[in-house]
Design a protein around this ligand. Structure first.
Ligand SMILES: [Zn+2]
Length: 493
């Protein structure tokens, strides 16, 4: 198919050319496992609607689509800026045919798509949809080295990113060019991986970008070259894999190692980063959910997180990072490193392929992926000095945000007293003062506009805040220091 795009403020006017027949607009963005329904942004289309995302069209048809999303996975069009993640804007017919786009603008255009005359092309829809397009009169391409560059309208210090890329490329060994699309925005977004690029949008406050860049860049290998066998995108219906803990969690751990090896994080910062993931395994959800289940349920749990997430679920990012750390400890003891896994996996892998690689590296435990994720934390506790700083101390089992309850831990005193997320604490023992953990207090809470008195007695904290100390061979091999200590405090009262 061919697309001719006329950018306007807030909209794109698109003239499309293909075969008379049905076109399909994607309902989700590969790499982000939630049905986004971006086809809802179609304002007008020349064709007959067949369903929410399918239209019967002539060989040439026009459509207008609303594009004002600051999300790096979507599209935005203003008087002086254009960013398109193609899966959010362009439909497909036959996925295997060639797709080309022409942008009607004199602005600078940067995209990994191949330039053919006035068009930018992908050999099939997968390649086309995986190649963002950025344009602006202010757009510049900042070279990191011969193979890597940053496409941006903002200023960015590339010295840290150069170190990340150098360190990551010792594992990735790339041959093709790569572009980081980078933009500052007013909300805290994140990144999305593509084969030869990534799109990163972050708020102005965010200063430390090394792990985010390392994460997206490492996806070039893990998920874009090494791909779970069952992760075959159809752009319309949810697809299920039990391996997102490896695709995302192990990528998170590698990003942490790359930042550490590049000298951008200290050993203490790296260990604290690991503790921040282990902390999530101290909540009730980790006693219920395995990493495999967390991967399968991403569409309805991880990407649809509610106030009860820590009681019901575990993030495959946190759980996967924790497991990667455990695997790295075990491999280190055998004189190997986690890096080996990425050298030995086949390009399309299953869980048994990962197991096979680990077996060859002398690692035999295999039930950490299908058992509740808490087992990973308990296994790590057997390998390093890891203690709960708050275990058995008095606690209620709530997290607060400006005196509003945002989380109630299952089976905690707060749960037993009937406190709910969203309850606004207006008085403690009749006085408007901050809540401190005492034996017993009377809380006055505002719930749905009604005042309620709730008596609550403190109980024993099951243990959330973590303190770790690592020394000897593990500390030297993984952290490059003979002793590393870190703490991660808990926000639960
Ligand atoms: Zn990722």
């Amino acid at each position: 198919m061919l697309f001719n795009v006329i950018p306007r403020s807030r909209y794109l006017d698109i003239l499309a050319e293909g075969q008379e027949g049905i076109v399909t607009f994607p309902t989700y963005i590969p790499g982000s496992y939630v049905i986004r329904e971006l086809e809802r942004n179609i304002i007008e289309i020349e064709g007959v609607r067949m369903s929410k995302n399918k239209f019967y069209v002539k060989s040439k048809f026009k459509y207008r689509i609303y594009t004002l999303s600051k999300d790096q996975r979507e599209a935005i069009s203003t008087r002086d800026y254009l960013f398109i993640n193609p899966a959010s804007v362009f439909p497909f017919q036959d996925i295997n045919e060639k797709y080309c786009v022409q942008i009607e603008t004199s602005w600078n255009i940067i995209t990994p798509l191949k330039k053919e005359g006035n068009f930018y092309c992908g050999e099939n829809y997968h390649e086309f949809a995986d190649s963002p397009i950025e344009a602006s009169p202010f757009l510049k391409e900042i070279k990191i080295d011969d193979l890597h560059s940053i496409s941006t309208i903002d200023e960015i210090d590339i010295s840290a990113i150069r170190k990340i890329v150098e360190e990551a490329d010792k594992i990735i060994k790339p041959k093709e060019k790569y572009i980081f699309f980078f933009r500052r925005s007013d909300k805290n977004y994140g990144g999305i991986e593509h084969k030869n690029s990534s799109a990163i949008v972050v708020s102005w406050e965010r200063k430390d970008l090394s792990e985010l860049f390392a994460h997206e860049y490492f996806h070039r290998l893990n998920v874009k070259t090494l791909i779970p066998k069952d992760l075959v995108h159809n752009y319309e219906r949810e697809i299920y894999t039990d391996l997102l803990w490896f695709a995302e969690g192990f990528t998170d751990y590698m990003a942490l190692l790359i930042s550490l090896r590049a000298g951008l994080d200290t050993p203490e910062e790296a260990l604290r980063g690991i503790l921040s993931s282990l902390y999530k395994l101290t909540f009730p959800g980790a006693k219920i959910m395995s990493l495999a289940e967390s991967s399968y349920t991403t569409w309805i749990k991880y990407y649809r997180q509610d106030e009860n997430f820590l009681n019901s679920s575990i993030s495959y990012y946190n759980g996967g990072l924790s497991l990667a750390f455990y695997v790295d400890i075990k491999l280190t003891k055998n004189g190997k490193r986690i890096d080996e896994i990425f050298k030995r996996l086949p390009n399309r892998y299953s869980f048994s392929d990962i197991q096979g690689v680990l077996d060859k590296l002398g690692f035999y435990e295999s039930d950490l992926v299908y058992s509740p994720a808490r087992k990973i934390l308990d296994s790590i506790k057997e390998e390093i000095s890891l203690e709960f700083m708050d275990k058995d101390k008095p606690y209620y089992g709530i997290m607060l945000d400006n005196n509003k309850i945002r989380f109630v831990e299952d089976n905690s005193p707060a749960d037993n007293a009937g406190l709910l997320p969203d309850d606004q604490i207006v008085a403690v023992n009749g006085i408007n003062k901050p809540l401190e953990v005492k034996d017993e207090v009377n809380l006055t809470v505002l719930r749905e506009g009604r005042l309620k008195d709730v008596k609550i007695s403190s109980g024993r904290n099951p243990g959330h805040a973590l303190r770790a100390k690592i020394d000897g061979k593990i500390a030297e091999t993984i952290f490059g220091k003979n002793e590393v200590k870190a703490e991660y405090t808990s926000s639960i009262l």
